[in-house]
Design a protein around this ligand. Sequence first.
Ligand SMILES: C[S@@+](CC[C@H](N)C(=O)[O-])C[C@H]1O[C@@H](n2cnc3c(N)ncnc32)[C@H](O)[C@@H]1O
Ligand code: SF4
Length: 457
Amino acid sequence: MTQQNIASRHTELARPKRLPRYTSYPTALEFGALDGQIYDKWLKSLPLCKPVSLYFHIPYCEKLCWFCGCFTTISNKYEPVRNFVDILKQEIISAAQKTGPLKVSHIHFGGGSPSILEAADFESLIETLREHFNIDDVDEFAIEIDPRTVDREKIFAYARAGVNRVSLGIQDFNLKTQQAVNRIQPVELIAQTMQHFKDAGINRINFDLIYGLPYQTLETIKSTIEQTLKFAPSRIALFGYAHVPHMKKHQKLVGDHLLPSQKERQAQFDLASKLLVTNDYRSIGLDHFALPEDHLFVSYDQRLLKRNFQGYTEDKADTLIGFGPSAISSMPDGYAQNIPVIRTYMDKISAGQSPVVRGLSVSKEDKMFRDVISTLMCYFEVDPIKIAAVHKINYDFAKELSMLNKLVAIGYMEKIQSLYRITDQGKLYLRAIATIFDQYFDQSSDIIDRCIHESEG
Ligand SMILES: C[S@@+](CC[C@H](N)C(=O)[O-])C[C@H]1O[C@@H](n2cnc3c(N)ncnc32)[C@H](O)[C@@H]1O
Ligand code: SF4
């Protein structure tokens, strides 16, 4: 079937449901009410000998970026943040009472802007963590940084606390774009911040960049990437701007008329990607790039890469305990999410109640499909029959293979014995292809229509 045939077919058919990004499977869209006691039971059953990962959600920022799609609150005063840190410590203590002093392999502070915490508060939070969990031997301790909120003192406090990876929200170096999204951060600020990290001995650096923002053109994208290359971060996340003003009201401040078209967005991504790849970065999954020395690059080669709530990770632990409002825990038996409303979250913790409100238990089959989808999202290829065998499940994938074969016929995939690999032409449709294995996804729409839907953004 030609591209043109596909397009005309599409006009006749209903638009399929929004495509998930598969940072988990089943996705958070499938979560229902979950009793906190179930989560407590999961916590109590974790073996002390197996390392776990910890995620902390800090839901505060100093200033609103108009493009922001994250779960955060703007706080002009520091006091609410300090009170929040006290509550977070209580959540740590309460979880540790159920788990015992688990060994931790990965720590991630996300948000919002974890860098809003004052140095003393961050250090005392980590002290509490150290008293209740074994964090002496973590592989990675990462924190997301809004460069406008850090100084030398904070950066040295991170190093003392054990932080060894930082993720800097750069977004774009072009002033006109920065003005249009209410996020002005001169390149000099980034240069100074990078110097402080170097001096403090923190050299695993990620940059977050966004394409599809107002006033971005191929020229400005090129200059942002060239500037990025001068800083040589070991890892880059290149996100497409997700404009959802019906869900994030403040995004209305980003004028729709200023946004590049889908075709322009694609050209921006392609250009950025090409520039990065010709400068030694490897493209990883949907939106990541890494230099050869980066752990993501190495774990990609070792086939150890996984998909998680932060995007892609080399983390080997099968358990992630989430702290803070909206944080999701991923346990061997299921997912559990804390209440997102900060006030209610704080009240619940103060009252000694579980902050968990939503989640899902996962079945043996869910785990198999999770493995299939995660492999596709990480490696653009999958051998579902092999994965079923590893999971000791007798499943013939009849429906799924017929859809994959349809994609083989139009050149979006190729079949090598029982392995299905997405071709360069099909890479644009990764999420649509992953829906084939999503047992919760409404499978009534045609797979080709899902692909077209994805390419339209
Ligand atoms: C929690 S923020 C990172 C830390 C800090 N808050 C900052 O912005 O510097 C996570 C990242 O999500 C990305 N992001 C936020 N809103 C987005 C949106 N609407 N579309 C695409 N990416 C977005 C940005 O690149 C941002 O750096
Ligand atoms: S992009 Fe980052 S700094 Fe900006 S409002 Fe969102 S979470 Fe805060």
